[in-house]
Ligand binder design. Sequence first.
Ligand code: AMP
Length: 402
Amino acid sequence: MMQTIDNYNFSGKKAIVRVDFNVPLNKETFEVTDDTRIRGALPTIKKILNDGGSAVLMSHLGRPKEGPEDKFSLRHVIINLSGHLGIDIKFADDCVSDEALAMKKALKPGEVLLLENLRFYKEENKDKDGMKGFAARLAEGADVYVNDAFGTAHRAHASTAIIADFFSTENKMFGYLINSELASIDKVLNESKSPFTAIMGGAKVSDKILVIENLLPRIDNLIIGGGMTYTFVKAKGGRIGNSLCEEDKLDLALDILKKAVANNVKVYIPTDAVNADRFDANANTAKSKTDETPDGWMGLDIGEETIATYIKVITESKTVLWNGPMGVFEMDKFAAGTTAVAKALAEATAKGAFTLIGGGDSVAAINKNKLADKVSYVSTGGGAMLEYMEGKELPGIKAIRG
Ligand code: AMP
């Protein structure tokens, strides 16, 4: 039987916890600019401490190339974490050194030790041969392993999967964050109320194809937005100017539309757009139908007519899943569509719908509009959520579920 965090008594135990502290930092001051992921890990850490256990936290931060780099140091998250927990945080400036092991061993009940960035070692994620020894070193000195890093659950890394082999079934488990992430996704996949609308945006259709295919038997409406719009529009014979298009995915787009018909799914492709004469925040803009984009122009956001249709469909839904922006929302001139969708999700939630948002950009749009507490669930893992929704077995999940 799989162990659960609720049933576990951490009293007198040392827990090694894989958290996801891969948070954005201010480039000059290195302050945490969005602590959603840190806040996500707090229930698990608090449970361990309140039971009378101690927590050794490990995470990656960014993508360091080789060895330690100050801009990727987890030292930068200490102030934030310490503020949330109301205690001092001990810090080991190397995750597997003798000193780190000594600090682990000296840790007392109620204390928290944060290890330095796991990815300062290639054995964490790149050097497959070295992973086992590295994982063994991370496991040393700990009685129990808790994985609460949903954002990396789709990676077979030392700290997310291999380390689980060093603990018996009763001494490894998911933390509260992974539990709630999985519960929210399972709810959408298996217990959705109709009408169920999936909104897929972002740059490329190729990234979303598997998840769309897995969703088609479950959903009533598929809303398309973002750059991938134009692969569909072109496949249907429209003029797309310089808009983003995956030329080699035109057949695939038509195939999705066919499968949607077979599954009784209504597909919404943007009908009008805000176009730009270049990919730039200060570009000149003009409106057109999506299938009549003038030469030399590119569609960078959905237009007013599309926004009105999308708001209606979303607010009339009982289940909504959103992944990927409707336009180049990083630039104010092309953010209106994404903002409108974010607000429509909040409205649907207020009317009783279950709404799930995943993917860095959609989550950023929700946060930018201060709507995180007005939707049902904001996922901390874009890639992991998509892979789980594709029906794939995630290595970090399998390592514990078996
Ligand atoms: P993804 O990572 O696939 O979810 O794509 C997100 C990115 O798609 C964001 O950075 C957006 O700026 C970009 N994007 C959204 N709409 C468009 C568009 N119409 N043309 C080009 N890029 C877009």
